[in-house]
Design a protein around this ligand. Structure first.
Ligand code: HAM
Length: 378
């Protein structure tokens, strides 16, 4: 997927009531005067690609995944970056509660396999269009009686649900008695949401229903969800997603539903540090080669190249360093073995292979070095 797209894709796809579109996009004009935007999220771009390349003309659902950098001009803080990384997944073309549960289960299993425990899954349903319309009317009426500044009121005309997400205490207080979408779901939407919950329960996934959850993107319909980690402070969302039934059509494609998620890789790594399950990155060097003198330097350069070609991780000393300095560097490199090659070693064709952990040395011919090292590192 490209890192940037036409600005219009995100304005139409993500929605004009969202912070992402109104405040957080990195938008530029290119040399041809076209407005382009560094992708703030992946779903709109996936839809664009699916439509453009007719991926929706074969077997459905189309199941796709992506990962890479995304960009939002937010105020940086712990766990919130202007360039961040997501792993995302989209399943397009089938509207079945079991698919909703399957998508959620993939994220859930993913976190579990990484070793995370202190997270919860929150889910809700935005229902079908009819349910959303009835709720919207009731919510708009409720909001019209509230004491709001002009800017906030304007925002609510685009999407009244945004007000549930407003962090200001005076707004939160006023929203306490606001009508909730869950009470406006028609029979079909309610059954659908119950079926998603049953499917999750049947495979041992626990969740909380949070009817006040508002996702930051406008394309959501039906099931929406968020994974929240308890050890991360303010930026606690380690992933989220949901169903987006009108998105493909809005972007000029056929009327297919979809569901997916985006997992925040940066926050997952922070959560893994908090839970002390962060992966240890094992860095190792099999051999450190120290060469002394002009001829030895030339020969050992060729040797190092051969050893690397046989799959060994090899470092070497550079320049005309004294033996003492080079040994220090060998020590610091963490290499398992070291050899010193001077004129004598070149003429005899054998070296002393030093095990850096034990200090032991063995004599090895240069031609047997690769196999000896391969044996020893097994
Ligand atoms: P989102 O909730 O906006 O959803 O982002 C998904 C995840 O990306 C968040 O839960 C968070 O972990 C991470 N994230 C977002 N912004 C930042 C940031 N500034 N710094 C670090 N991490 C961040 C989406 O983007 C949707 N496209 C997900 C989706 C796919 N829905 C359906 N399909």
């Amino acid at each position: 997927m490209p890192i940037f797209e036409d600005t219009d894709l995100f304005t139409r796809g993500v929605g004009e009531s969202t912070d992402v579109v109104t405040k957080e996009m990195y938008t530029f004009e290119d040399r041809g005067g076209r407005s382009i935007t560094l992708r703030p999220e992946g779903t709109a771009g996936v839809m664009r690609a699916v439509i453009e390349h007719n991926l929706d003309r074969g077997q459905l659902p189309v199941k796709l995944f992506y990962r890479g950098p995304f960009f939002r001009a937010e105020r940086p803080q712990a766990g919130r970056y202007r360039q961040f990384y997501q792993f995302g997944l989209e399943a397009i073309g089938v509207n079945d509660p079991q698919l909703d549960a399957e998508v959620i289960a993939i994220a859930y299993e993913g976190y579990k396999r990484l070793g995370l425990r202190d997270f919860t899954l929150q889910i809700t349903s935005l229902g079908d269009r009819a349910s959303r319309d009835t709720h919207r009317a009731a919510l708009t009426q409720y909001i019209s009686a509230l004491d709001l500044d002009e800017e906030t009121r304007l925002r609510t005309t685009k999407n009244p649900l945004r007000l549930f997400d407003d962090k200001r205490p005076e707004i939160q207080k006023q929203m306490q008695a606001a009508p909730l979408l869950k009470d406006f779901l028609n029979a079909e939407s309610r059954e659908n949401f119950e079926s998603v919950q049953d499917s999750l329960t049947s495979i041992g996934i626990s969740f909380e229903v949070n009817p006040r959850m508002v996702r930051g993107l406008d394309y959501y319909t039906g099931t929406t969800f968020e994974f929240v980690h308890s050890g991360l402070g303010a930026q606690s969302g380690i992933g989220g997603g949901g169903r987006y039934d009108g998105l493909m059509e809005t972007l000029g494609g056929q009327s297919l539903s979809g569901i997916g998620f985006g997992l925040g890789i940066d926050r997952i790594l922070l959560a893994m540090e908090v839970e002390k399950v962060a992966p240890s990155v094992e860095r190792y060097t099999d051999l450190y080669v120290i060469s002394l003198g002009e001829i030895a330097r030339r020969e050992s350069f060729i040797l190092v190249n051969q050893l690397r070609g046989s799959g060994l991780v090899v470092e070497q000393s550079y320049g005309e360093r004294g033996l003492k300095g080079a040994m220090k560097a060998a020590d610091k490199s963490g290499a398992r073995f070291t050899i010193v090659i001077g004129d004598a070693e070149i003429s005899t064709g054998s070296v002393e292979l030093k095990n850096m952990a034990t200090g032991e040395t063995v004599s090895v011919t240069l031609s047997a070095l690769a196999t000896t090292l391969a044996d020893k590192s097994r």
